[in-house]
Design a protein around this ligand. Structure first.
Ligand SMILES: [Zn+2]
Ligand SMILES: [Zn+2]
Length: 250
């Protein structure tokens, strides 16, 4: 028993020592507030800035999760989206903007572990992950996957799924069309850009099932809407959405 626990703990101890040594040898500044990072800090973002993350709490719109709304927001009351509920862990403010940028565009995979811990510690109160049959990350096109080396939504989905004991499906909803990065476009262009980007493979697996779609950032919702619409073409029982961050007034 004893030797087993040592075998499992050693890599993380070594990794922590290595990360500490790197920070000590190459002192750098926090990407958010520009203060020097302490030796015990996460790389790139200081502990104080992590404390600034604003986690969402009810009330929020019953469907789309817009904060400070009782019942339904105007948009959902007039034309409800096709997901049952969309929930978000935190606001997309400076710390999470930097963290997701470092993670996604600067390929700092070290952020995956930290963001997963942050999500699992702050799952919205009415989002019971264990009740879903499958968790589906928003897919990226294989060309982008080759460039980036990983899909950030899949890494987050894996961490959320593992904690809740729910399987992840990555081969049922796929990106069939390579599109320009949504982050480079305005609201209207995003909608145009994403139309027809997804495709369902293996419809039998998801028919009649409760699905939870995972993405990193909810901005205009165009990507999520398109993916959810595509999923409904094969009659799942339910499609809900959980994202790490949400932009207000994008
Ligand atoms: Zn800072
Ligand atoms: Zn709403």
């Amino acid at each position: 028993m004893k030797s087993k626990s040592i075998t499992f703990q050693l890599p993380s101890v070594l990794r922590a020592m290595f990360e500490t040594a790197i920070v000590f040898l190459y002192p750098s500044r926090c990407r958010v507030c520009d203060d020097f990072l302490g030796v015990a800090s996460m790389p790139y973002i200081c502990a104080d800035c992590w404390q600034d993350v604003q986690y969402l709490k009810p009330p929020w719109c019953d469907i789309c999760g817009t904060p400070d709304v009782n019942g339904l927001c105007d948009a959902c009351a007039t034309s409800p989206p096709r997901y049952g509920q969309l929930r978000t862990v935190a606001l997309y403010q400076t710390t999470l903007q930097q963290a997701t940028h470092l993670f996604k565009f600067e390929k700092k995979k070290v952020f995956a572990r930290h963001l997963i811990e942050l999500i699992n510690a702050h799952i919205p109160v009415d989002c019971d992950i264990a009740t879903y049959d499958f968790i589906l990350p928003i897919p990226i096109h294989k060309k982008r996957l080759r460039e980036r080396g990983f899909n950030q939504a899949t890494l987050l989905a894996d961490g959320i799924a593992k904690a809740a004991g729910v399987p992840v499906l990555t081969d049922a909803l796929v990106r069939k069309r390579h599109t320009v990065a949504q982050s480079s476009l305005d609201r209207e262009a995003r909608q145009q850009n994403i139309v027809g980007a997804f495709e369902i493979r293996n419809p039998k697996v998801i028919r009649g099932k409760r699905l939870l779609v995972i993405d990193d950032v909810f901005t205009t919702g165009a990507t999520i809407r398109e993916a959810v619409n595509e999923l409904w073409t094969v009659d799942p029982a339910e499609v809900d959405v959980l994202t790490l961050a949400r932009a207000l007034n994008p």
